[in-house]
Write a protein that binds this ligand. Structure first.
Ligand SMILES: NC(=O)C1=CN([C@@H]2O[C@H](COP(=O)(O)OP(=O)(O)OC[C@H]3O[C@@H](n4cnc5c(N)ncnc54)[C@H](OP(=O)(O)O)[C@@H]3O)[C@@H](O)[C@H]2O)C=CC1
Ligand SMILES: N[C@@H](CC=O)C(=O)O
Length: 406
């Protein structure tokens, strides 16, 4: 008879239902491989009536968190509810009650990662979060295990599935922004409130986590520039293509000689760059290290089962630690206090969209160091322009959008 590990889920939406499905449908395979049996004994939801059909099938739904907290037989709590504040509270209570925690919640980790790590450490419990960045791609394990001895120079990625899905549908299917967003919501890729997706905040939260793991820097949301896809126009893709690029929402962090730089925004990605091939809800994370050189991680960045796969992998990793009675917590988010500053003197190329031809002419005649090429009535491509000049352009009310070269 295999030992049984009792698990509770906080949330039974897109991700929670996927975790339930994987742990129940693959039960015998997991037990055979891991020599451990899992029982999902409680699932917390907000609205019981929404889950009537599941309850009738015997799914152990509750709306009372204390039933989970006060059950000493539950060893692992899986937080897949979303939101930062309630999740933070429930994660802390669970760790303090002696339970290990798995979470997919980048909002809570980006805001409260230090605090949650400290509480986990104080209670000798594990806090795992593979699904919090790039859904089904095991990028957290790669950064915490595989690259631990290397010096990372760059982490740049398409780390939001919803926006990449919208961008792909707009550029390849000619769909409108609204149509594509509605479909992404229907498929369960978007957050409950998709504002964070389309305004780049979800990607920014994920970049905060990646930067902590890759470079050791602690960033906050207002420390670096963040923009999303809301300014995007269909015609921007044609202008980008004219210069040999596609447009992607990228979270990018680079350690350069000039300093450190981090940004989330729409970038011009050369058509031959591996990130240019990443389409729909798929994510790609490009990691460059001193020893490893260039590597690229690719896979589904959102969706029920791909994300559930990462969550279940964390549950299994914790069950190994329980089985081997490892008392030292695994805490990859553990804090260090490396300070950092945004490098200001970078030189790059950029595609700029302006309101009308007169505005183009006036901007082009301004003293710019680099070369300027015009495309149609509304675009100009600037070569060798400094970050400072781009920031000045950004402040000009005639400028509608600026797309930097990755
Ligand atoms: N969707 C995806 O592809 C991915 C999501 N994530 C993250 O995973 C988490 C879950 O996402 P997702 O499954 O899409 O979200 P959903 O909105 O689909 O599901 C959320 C679930 O949590 C429950 N819930 C929410 N708030 C509370 C509360 N205060 N008390 C009790 N139950 C609550 C909801 O209850 P009810 O059903 O009653 O409404 C629902 O069952 C989020 O942090 C998200 O960012 C990470 C990677 C990918
Ligand atoms: N809304 C997110 C879900 C996964 O993190 C996304 O679209 O990437």
């Amino acid at each position: 008879m295999e030992p049984t590990i009792k698990v509770a889920l906080l949330g039974f939406g897109t991700v929670g239902s996927g975790v339930y499905q994987m742990l129940t449908e693959n039960k015998s395979k997991i037990t055979q491989k891991k020599q451990v049996d899992f029982e999902i004994c409680k699932i917390l939801v907000g609205n019981r009536t929404k889950h009537q059909a599941a309850i009738e099938k015997g799914v152990p739904i509750t709306t009372d968190f204390s039933e989970i907290l006060n059950d000493p037989t539950i060893q692992i709590v899986v937080e897949v509810m979303g939101s930062a504040e309630t999740a933070r509270e429930y994660i802390i209570h669970s760790l303090e009650a002696g339970k290990h925690v798995v979470t997919a919640n980048k909002d809570a980790l980006a805001l409260y990662g230090d605090e949650l790590t400290r509480v986990a450490k104080e209670n000798n419990k594990n806090l795992f979060f593979e699904a919090s960045v790039a859904g089904g791609i095991p990028i957290i394990r790669a950064l915490t295990d595989s690259f631990i001895a290397d010096s990372i120079q760059e982490v740049s990625g398409i780390i939001n599935g919803t926006t990449n899905f919208i961008i792909s549908r707009m550029s390849e299917e000619g769909e409108s922004y609204e149509q594509a967003l509605a479909l992404a919501q229907e498929k369960g890729f978007a957050e409950a409130d998709p504002t964070g997706d389309v305004e780049g905040l979800d990607a920014a939260r994920k970049l905060i986590i990646l930067v902590k793991l890759a470079f050791g820097y602690r960033m906050k949301l207002d420390d670096f520039p963040v923009s999303g896809i809301t300014q995007l126009k269909q015609h921007d893709f044609d202008a980008a293509k004219h210069y040999g690029f596609t447009l992607k929402l990228i979270g990018s962090a680079k350690q350069l000689e000039e300093g450190f730089t981090a940004r989330v925004g729409m970038y011009l990605v050369p058509l031959a760059h591996p990130l240019a091939m990443v389409k729909n809800e798929y994510n790609g994370v490009f990691v460059k290290g001193e020893a490893i050189g260039e590597t690229m991680f690719y896979g589904p960045g959102a969706g029920s089962l791909p994300t559930a796969n990462s969550v279940v992998a964390d549950i299994l990793a914790i069950s190994d630690r329980i089985k081997w009675q490892q008392t030292e917590s695994f805490l990859p988010l553990v804090s260090n206090d490396y300070s950092w500053h945004q490098a200001g003197t970078l030189v790059t190329d950029a595609l700029v969209r302006v309101g009308d031809q007169e505005a183009v002419a006036s901007l082009v005649s301004q003293k710019l160091n680099g070369e300027v090429s015009k495309y149609g009535a509304d675009y100009m491509y600037l070569s060798n322009i400094t970050e400072q000049q781009l920031e000045e352009l950004e402040a000009n009310e005639r400028v509608e959008a600026i797309y930097r070269k990755l």
